[in-house]
Design a protein around this ligand. Structure first.
Ligand SMILES: [Zn+2]
Length: 317
């Protein structure tokens, strides 16, 4: 009797589960396997000359960490502002002077002064916004990790992963191409960080960058090439997101995405939501109050790019 009752409950539970479609947020944008970031430090002139044309050619994003006081910045400022008009070129904060921090109180102005310059250079963007931050290397750094984080948090900055790039790491083209393959196989995030490209200091050849971009472009179904800030926003939103009010049947699925605890003005990177669509060929997707769009269905699922809000996915055929 007891066994029969339990079996009955189990059956009821599985029926209830089957009735509610399994809608989930994808680990990475586009429901691909991995994420890959390209970063460029110090505002080397060769980056403007050689790296940016390659990124634009292959439509691969890159983040360029500038320090406005010193280096080559003053005579290249207008070129950087112009370059940042491209949707693939992102500017990051590398402190105002790249001279390091000898006491914790020196840190905040190093961040805010650089942030002000980046903001003034990019009036086309919405501010405040999330900005990626890179600690300058080879200079004194007398401040704790916690102190760094609390200042960065206050100013909507996120520290990028520790420098990893040529000539110290993945110096050869075949090594870096293999890194992309292993990143896809592992399903995580990896990055390659540059200084000079085809010139300047610690330089990698332009061909090396071109080989990376070519591979990332050819591997879009497996890997999301992102700017650091896009990655940081996606991860924070994904980890906070909840899918609620899920309902549906064989013809339609509705749900709502909520992203509690994050400021929607700053965290504005759409999440990819995976919606089951067994046997569907075409679907109509309505995100919030936007006009519905018709999409082809592949692999029995519909991918919906959305921020917080209601979503409706309907079978067309
Ligand atoms: Zn640097």
């Amino acid at each position: 009797m007891r066994t029969i009752l339990l079996a009955g409950l189990a059956l009821a539970a599985s029926v209830a589960t089957a009735a509610q479609p399994e809608v989930k947020v994808a680990k990475w944008k586009g429901d691909v396997k991995a994420c890959f970031l390209l970063a460029f430090d110090d505002g080397c002139p060769s980056q403007l000359q050689n790296a940016i044309p390659v990124l634009n050619k292959y439509k691969i994003p890159g983040t360029f960490y500038l320090f406005p006081e010193g280096g080559h910045f003053s005579w290249q400022k207008d070129k950087w502002a112009k370059a940042a008009e491209s949707e693939y070129i992102f500017l990051g904060n590398h402190t105002i002077s790249h001279k390091g921090v000898n006491a914790p109180e020196e840190f905040e102005p190093q961040v805010t002064k650089c942030a002000e310059v980046l903001k003034a250079m990019q009036p086309q963007l919405t501010w405040p916004r999330l900005v990626s931050f890179a600690i300058p290397g080879g200079v004194p750094w007398k401040i704790s990790k916690e102190e760094v984080k609390s200042v960065l948090d206050r100013h909507h900055h996120v520290e990028r992963p520790i420098y990893h790039g040529p000539p110290f790491f993945c110096g050869k083209t075949e090594e870096v191409l293999k890194l992309i393959d292993t990143t896809i196989a592992k399903g995580g995030m990896e990055h390659v960080d540059f200084h000079g490209v085809g010139g300047d200091w610690l330089a990698a050849p332009t061909d090396y960058l071109e080989a990376i971009c070519k591979k990332l472009d050819a591997s879009r179904k497996d890997v999301w090439a992102a700017a650091a800030e896009q990655h940081d926003k996606y991860v924070a939103e994904r980890d906070a997101a909840k899918i609620v009010k899920v309902a549906g049947n064989k013809m339609r699925v509705t749900f709502e995405v909520t992203i509690p605890g994050l400021d929607a003005k700053i965290y504005d990177q759409p999440l990819t939501v995976v919606v089951p669509a067994e046997g569907w060929k075409t679907a109509k997707v309505t995100v919030g109050k936007a006009k519905p769009v018709t999409v082809e269905v592949t692999d029995n699922k519909v991918l919906v790019d959305t921020l917080a809000g209601p979503v409706k996915v309907e079978k067309v055929k």
